[in-house]
Design a protein around this ligand. Structure first.
Ligand code: FAD
Ligand code: NAD
Length: 468
């Protein structure tokens, strides 16, 4: 095996794999270093298993809304088996074969920067090898679950996204800490699969605090109806678990303690930079790796270091990491050829990344919220519409509840952001992403006629509400 490549990527998650792939497509040689499983968090402990667990729960909610259909018991063992299939039973053979077919050289081991353009790889057995990059090193090491310093919490060995997505059984009583995306999705999945007593402990007053407020309100209503107990404005003060794996007692800032079989911590992510050798090149190792819009790390002499995906802290989403990676691989190949192509720049992150939260109701958004747009100084007008009043939504089931909001830049008459919250709303998002990213003028968007009777008629209603 060679020790010298044009590009060396550390981390074979979705971002790392795409960066290496694009560099090779651009005519370069590439190696990728992965300490665990090729495919990264997303494939085994995040997006893929969480959605495999949520799908039956989502479908059960849909069935319950259609008169004449009756849902039987969810066969949890089969749901878990399908999740195992979705994560290839935690075997990355298929991914490694794809990597090698590109061709990208695959190194299993922990990668660490060892000075400019050098990567030290340590295998599980402790063998070491130093690889040298002719053009660039790309950091794509992702992120890990953050565990806040609540007394007794770490000692109680709580679940994080890793354990909950890989669960081999469903706890009867679950306490979830956090009110963000992981907390909402996994509380819903676990509750739907049998965690009959699910309590979500939220320090603030909202679920999904980064999105338009109505989104979290609709999810909270749906949780209350389903019997998920959401405690707002509550702190987790102390946790006790005298027996490893045994019962957990969670003490809150107010009210009686909660008894549970498991605690899930879903309070955000730490970027995976520790021990990566950033100190060998004068960068901090406890913060996201700052990059410019070509994904090149700032403040590194010679400009040979790049960072894509969660590790640069721009947008903690698989599709955005992959997008950044495509830009990164193309830029590295172009610079190696001596081209400096200004078109290859990250524009999408600055518009506001699209995101789908797979709860019931589904929540999806792209661009800026009204509050963000106003804070950034845009002259804004926002319009809202009740999605349940759209014929296509009504036909999806009884009691369809949902809401949509469009945030308009009044100076340019283009959309700055769109949010939908409602059952099945996920597939509405890409139209919004195109409208926001392509800055389609509203009087042009008016001529994009939605089909009857689809939920997409919400577009027509939003534009009519705006005054078109
Ligand atoms: C429960 C959950 C559900 C999610 N669902 C979604 C979703 O539905 N949609 C979505 O877009 N996003 C979702 N996300 C976010 C998504 O998982 C991340 O944004 C995505 O995985 C980031 O990709 P990445 O390639 O940057 O990093 P990762 O997927 O974290 O991959 C990084 C890889 O680098 C390896 N690595 C780290 N350090 C080293 C080292 N020193 N040497 C060698 N290898 C190393 C790791 O082992 C890992 O394989 C979810 C996250 C969680 C926690
Ligand atoms: N469907 C999806 O797109 C999807 C699904 C899951 C995760 N993700 C991504 O993964 C990332 C991580 O998700 P997440 O839910 O862990 O993070 P998050 O940032 O979305 O939410 C973290 C939550 O924890 C709370 N919190 C933080 N510190 C706390 C503390 N000390 N005590 C109590 N509460 C605290 C925050 O107020 C917030 O409600 C997100 O940025 C998201 O983009 C995406």
């Amino acid at each position: 095996m060679a020790d010298e490549f044009d590009v060396i990527v550390i981390g074979a998650g979705p971002a790392g794999e795409n960066a290496a792939d694009r560099a090779v497509r651009g005519g370069l040689t590439a190696a990728i270093v992965e300490e665990r499983l090729a495919g990264g968090e997303c494939s085994y402990w995040a997006c893929v298993p969480s959605k495999a667990l949520l799908r039956p729960v989502d479908l059960a909610a849909e069935v319950a809304r259609v008169p004449g259909l009756t849902l039987g018991e969810i066969d949890v063992a089969r749901v878990l088996a399908r999740r195992d299939e979705a994560v290839s039973a935690y075997d990355d053979g298929g991914q490694v074969r794809w990597i090698e077919s590109v061709p990208i050289e695959f190194f299993r081991g922990r990668g660490r920067l060892d000075g400019p353009k050098r990567v030290r790889v340590t295998t599980e057995d402790g063998d070491e090898r130093v690889l040298t990059a002719r053009q660039a090193v790309v950091l794509a090491t992702g992120s890990t679950a953050a565990v806040p310093p609540v007394p007794g919490l770490a000692e109680a060995n709580p679940w994080t996204s890793h354990e909950v997505t890989a669960a081999s059984s469903v706890p009867e009583r679950l306490v979830v800490l956090g009110g963000g995306v992981v907390a909402c999705e996994m509380a819903q999945a676990m509750h739907g699969l049998g965690a009959r007593q699910t309590t979500v402990v939220v320090r603030g007053g909202r679920l999904l605090g980064r999105m338009e407020p109505f989104a979290g309100e609709l999810v909270a209503e749906s949780f209350a109806e389903a019997g998920i107990d959401v405690r707002f404005h509550t702190q987790m003060e102390r946790v006790e678990r005298p027996e490893p794996g045994g019962k957990v007692t969670v003490h809150l800032g107010d009210g009686p303690p909660l008894e549970a079989d498991e605690v899930l911590v879903a309070t955000g992510r730490d970027v995976a930079t520790r021990g990566l050798g950033l100190d060998t090149i004068g960068l901090p190792d406890d913060a996201p790796v700052e990059v410019d819009d070509s994904m090149r790390a700032t403040g590194v002499a010679g400009g040979w270091l790049y960072a894509v995906g969660d590790v640069n802290g721009r947008a903690l989403l698989t599709h955005m990491g992959k997008y950044q990676a495509r830009i990164c691989g193309d830029v590295i190949a172009a610079r190696a050829r001596g081209d400096e192509l200004p078109a290859m720049r990250d524009l999408a992150d600055s518009y506001g990344s699209p995101q789908v939260v797979f709860t019931d109701p589904q929540v999806c958004a792209v661009g800026r919220t009204e509050e963000e747009a106003r804070n950034e100084g845009f002259r804004v007008r926002a319009v809202e519409y009740d999605m349940g009043a759209v014929t296509g939504a009504y036909l999806l089931g009884d009691g369809y509840r949902g809401k949509a909001k469009a945030v308009v830049d009044e100076d340019r008459k283009v959309l700055l952001g769109v949010t939908f919250a409602g059952p099945g709303a996920a597939e509405l998002l890409h139209a919004a992403t195109i409208a926001v990213t392509a800055e389609v003028p509203l009087d042009r968007l008016w001529h994009a006629v939605p089909s009857f009777p689809t939920v997409s008629e919400i577009w027509l209603r939003l534009l009519e509400t705006y005054g078109l």
